[in-house]
Design a protein around this ligand. Structure first.
Ligand code: GUN
Length: 296
């Protein structure tokens, strides 16, 4: 069994990106510039956005954080998005989700220009990805693809079971694992809350990607000997062991599942660190496209 070290791979890719940023600055006199819109003060969202801004600084990117109170109107937000779409100094931007209930999240997602949608949430990017056109791919699935690649994990002809069908992880992950190419060429099954006899599916899996948000859902009896297990879960559970009073739990019961696997991602330190790196990589691509005026 080998533990997939997401933290190490993330650092490696960050070094590569930082090097490319230096080259871009030398060549074009400008660094990639990511903007983030944060609405309200949800603890998780504030932490994530701050982490994204910090990573921008580490890599030599420009960053702009735009804060709004939770009662901001949808119109005001849409106006800001329009402004960012037209601002040539900004190469990519994100609107941190979730948004307050009075705002139509889908409308916001669709307002972000395809060429600056570094989250890859705009349906046009999702559609482009699904038919194999160049597109921004959402950060978590892209991060998993990077991990499979960096560990040279064979995916062709493998049975890949995806647990969860979210727009952000499950669905794009299924598309990527089934596509022609590497990583890909897997036979993919998406399982979800209505799936019957789930264990029958998981026991056939050479690769399990667990993204259902239920702590320790995947147990040893559900996993075939030698399977590759990718754990996307990051649920905060109350804990006496940490200063914060909580700790992150994955969707996989790591201690009992790990000995059966060929590769497994831990939580934390597996998929998590890769997501921000993927966002940075998308922003780098957006900047390069802007510098070379490639239309995507
Ligand atoms: N909320 C949780 N994950 C994400 C993400 O990847 N991007 C954005 N914009 N919001 C999120």
């Amino acid at each position: 069994m080998q533990i997939i070290d997401g933290k190490k791979i993330a650092e490696l890719i960050k070094t590569e990106i930082a090097q490319e940023v230096k080259e871009l600055i030398t060549r074009y006199g400008k660094a990639p510039h990511l903007a983030a819109i944060l609405v309200g003060e949800d603890g998780g969202s504030v932490t994530y956005v701050n982490h994204k801004v910090k990573t921008c600084n580490e890599l030599g990117f420009e960053s702009t954080l735009i804060n709004y109170p939770s009662n901001v109107s949808e119109t005001e937000l849409l106006n800001k998005i329009e402004e960012l779409n037209n601002n040539t100094d900004i190469h990519g931007f994100i609107v941190q989700l979730p948004l307050p209930n009075h705002i139509d999240e889908q409308k916001i997602i669709e307002a972000v220009s395809v060429s600056k949608d570094v989250d890859g949430f705009n349906p046009l990017n999702v559609g482009r990805m699904s038919i194999g056109l160049p597109a921004f791919i959402s950060a978590t699935p892209q991060g998993i693809i990077f991990l499979l690649e960096r560990y040279n994990i064979e995916t062709a002809g493998k049975n890949c079971i995806i647990l969860g069908r979210s727009n952000i992880v499950g669905k794009p992950m299924a598309t990527l694992m089934a596509r022609k190419g590497y990583p890909g060429n897997s036979t993919v099954t998406i399982c979800h809350s209505n799936t019957k006899d789930l264990k029958e599916h998981t026991l056939k899996a050479d690769i399990i990607i667990a993204a259902l948000g239920k702590p320790e859902f995947v147990t040893a009896d559900m996993v075939k000997e030698g399977a590759v297990v990718i754990d996307v879960g990051t649920t905060r559970v109350i804990s006496q062991e940490t200063k914060t009073g909580w700790k992150l739990k994955g969707d996989v019961k790591f201690d009992e599942v790990a000995p059966k696997t060929s590769y497994i991602t831990p939580v934390p330190g597996g998929v998590g660190p890769m997501t921000i790196v993927s966002l940075m990589k998308n922003t780098l691509i957006a900047a390069k496209n802007a510098f070379t005026s490639n239309v995507r």
